[in-house]
Design a protein around this ligand. Sequence first.
Ligand code: NAD
Length: 471
Amino acid sequence: MKTIDTLYIDGAYTAPHGSDMFDLHNPATGEVIGQVRLGDEVDARAAIAAAKRAFPSFSKSTKAQRVAWLSAMAAAIELRSEELNDAIVMEYGAPSARSAFMVGHAVSVLRDAARTLESYDFTRMIGTAAVTMEPLGVVGIITPWNSDAGFICGKLAMVIASGSTAVVKPSEMSALQTQVVIDALHDAGLPAGVWNVVNGLGATVGAELSINPDIAKISFTGSTVTGRAILRAAAETFKRVTLELGGKSPMVVLDDADFAEAMPFVLEAGFMNSGQACIAATRVLVPAERLIEFEQAIVRAAEGFPSGDPHDPQTVIGPMVSQKQWDRVQSYIIKGEAEGARLIVGGAGLPAGQDRGWFVRPTIFSDVRNDMTIARDEIFGPVLTLIPYGTEAEAITIANDTDYGLHAYVAGTDLDRARRVANQLVAGRVLINGAPMEPLAPFGGFKQSGIGREGGVFGLEAYLEPRAVMG
Ligand code: NAD
């Protein structure tokens, strides 16, 4: 049992004003493994005040200083890789390959921000105007539980690069991982007050950040429902917002695709992060005339994606993060069957051999229509829907027929055709045939998947405001 009973405010570990305790669980067993003492609005206000005090001097720091700080932060996280990895597996249940990726990501987002900053020019002439890009002030960072360290580091990286200061409200369910990040970043030696962390609930600490007039911007990753609440609250003081929200991403399998070759791409994109990924490719659009062939291929391939003990190197899909998340996924599997979709892999209940923990059977439905609930709602678990289509034009129409627009995927043999299809998909990012991600490219969503972009120059400029001086 581990107890976390401090916040991080003004460069120091501080006891919270809030006194509520929140249980932390191991999702692989359901057991309570720790507790975190939650901060409240008073703590949030203290952290905001510290960040506000730090801003005037930090905003005048040089680019070289900030690049050095970002590099120090990356090195400090890297030094605690093992500790962070253990916390991710213990508290989140990520299988080992995934947790290693998550640790690496938390380091690389800081290095990527340093790279972006190094080559970014904060001044430019536009006609007779001298335009300077100015930092915003205090940024409120609110993150979800499905990649705690990566989101904290990624958002903080851009705040630091821009010359602003921050108050982070991490997911209350990720306190063990957050603590490792705090310990690491403390060692990186940034000036006091530049970054602060307040564990707490969304309704208290998160809400305070969203309404407090001293917060200039909210950078949020989480559900569309919460994003909407934050946007409403932030409107009162015209806060800038970056909202990275939910998704229901299409995987458009073209009729010239080699299924054997495409299958790892289809399943890795679909079952990514145990299905708890905003960019998971959960709507698989399959040419109707090859549906049976595709079903046979995916049923075989799904055997290579076992769900189980995250410590077992064979495991690809770990448990859901919480009982609530497990119940939610189960309810969608039951709903899918009730709506008439045809189950071809998995189904409701625990996987064979598991009698505890929040494990889900990797599940695939076929004969899904795009108007069924399981094709419309973000399930956030390893549940895929195969949706048959007739023509390429119909595939594109179905792919775009969603409230979301975060990500899309295309699988096909003719690359020119795949790119032509990709260019018609309404999504912030489109990945063709398992191409590697470009971390400096913009990341974010169309429609209800959010507002704004993260990553690279687009991400940095989301934390800057232009000022034009003439004469
Ligand atoms: P959530 O929206 O429930 O919570 C996210 C964060 O918001 C938590 O820290 C929570 O405490 C806080 N919060 C809750 N209510 C709040 C309020 N009223 N005001 C301010 N803050 C509040 O999301 P979750 O369940 O933690 O994460 C899963 C969701 O995140 C999924 O919908 C997923 O798609 C989304 N997500 C999006 C991306 C992306 O980049 N687009 C990435 C990962 C996850």
